[in-house]
Design a protein. Structure first.
Length: 337
């Protein structure tokens, strides 16, 4: 009943044909996208300075570094893209994602606090701190939105970036005070160079988050229609917002603790998918995951080859591409208005 109601409400509120929302997942374009991502994954496995074919221990290095790195790329791309999709849905704003809401900065502050109390924290402790502060920061962002009456498409990300700048400045102050600036710098540079066996396995928890998002897709879609509509259809809006925030915080916290800051990935992918397929979460989720995997894998391949034998942080490539896409989206919205 809830699923059918969600479909009717979304179809009535959007001028695009319903075939964009409810077509089958396993279409030819989707299968082609999966094939492209698989090809990128194979290229990633055999890209690097170390000669895995000509060295005696090449096979061991292949499974110690190359396979974990490629798996981490795929899982991270899916996590950050899903987080951006859910956040854009529940805020009803296409310019919102963990980078433009301060969630990443809050996660970094959580890591810094953990290092402050535990000089040599385990990965679990770092993840816990990042997840907790991501959740707190995202909820504070939503409380700010409730206080703001002017809800234009530009005001929302501006508020988020303002909060993020304040938290980033506070983190820098704490880091300078306690001589922990090195921890801030290592977090700010998102890179997969250190990924190897034993340092990425917690990223597999993202599969559980994906399943939960897919299960709650209809309720999250109704929440994206607004509090009044969701409440009139019997959905507890506040609980859905808390659930969505928790899922976002969990994904962002894990990625931040393991990889670092990856800007704009949650902005690029959901917007590209929504342009062609509308705003239905259930039908868009597989596309967002696959496209997110492809984008970050391609950026990582570029980062490894652009100044070989050295490696550029993948966050630099993502930030460059994401900022260009962000400007294009702003100009597109201005033209539509």
């Amino acid at each position: 009943m809830l699923k059918n109601t969600a479909k009717k409400m979304i179809g009535a509120g959007n001028s695009q044909p319903q075939r964009y929302y409810y077509n089958k997942i396993w279409t030819k374009p989707f299968i082609l996208a999966i094939i492209v991502v698989i090809i990128l994954g194979i290229i990633s496995l055999f890209t690097g300075v170390y000669d895995i074919q000509g060295q005696v221990d090449g096979r061991d290095m292949f499974f110690i570094t190359r396979v974990p790195r490629t798996a981490a790329l795929m899982l991270t791309g899916a996590a950050m893209s899903m987080s951006g999709l859910v956040m854009q849905l529940i805020t009803q704003n296409r310019l919102v994602e963990p980078t433009t809401t301060g969630t990443i900065e809050w996660s970094g502050l959580g890591l810094l606090i953990v290092y402050l109390f535990f000089p040599a924290p385990t990965l679990v402790l770092r993840m816990t701190g990042a997840i907790m502060f991501s959740f707190i920061g995202t909820m504070i962002f939503f409380l700010f939105l409730r206080r703001v009456k002017l809800r234009s498409s530009l005001i929302v990300p501006i508020i988020g970036m303002m909060l993020g700048a304040v938290i980033s400045a506070f983190s820098t102050f704490v880091g300078l005070t306690f001589q922990m600036t090195q921890n801030i710098e290592s977090w700010f540079v998102g890179s997969f160079a250190a990924v190897q066996v034993g340092r990425y396995e917690y990223l597999w928890l993202i599969i559980i988050v994906t399943g939960l998002i897919f299960i709650c897709a209809d309720k999250l879609t109704l929440a994206g229609l607004g509090e009044d509509v969701a409440t009139s259809l019997g959905v507890n809006y506040n609980k859905i917002i808390i659930l969505g925030t928790g899922l976002i915080s969990f994904s962002v916290g894990i990625v931040t603790a393991v990889i670092g800051n990856l800007p704009f990935l949650g902005l690029i992918v959901p917007n590209i998918v929504s342009m062609y397929r509308g705003d239905n979460l259930r039908s868009n989720l597989p596309w967002v995951c696959v496209l997110g995997m492809g984008v970050i894998t391609l950026c990582d391949i570029i980062s490894r080859t652009i100044i070989m034998p050295f490696e550029v942080p993948v966050s630099l490539i993502l930030g460059t591409v994401g900022s260009i896409v962000f400007i294009v989206i702003l100009l597109r919205q201005r033209r539509l208005r």
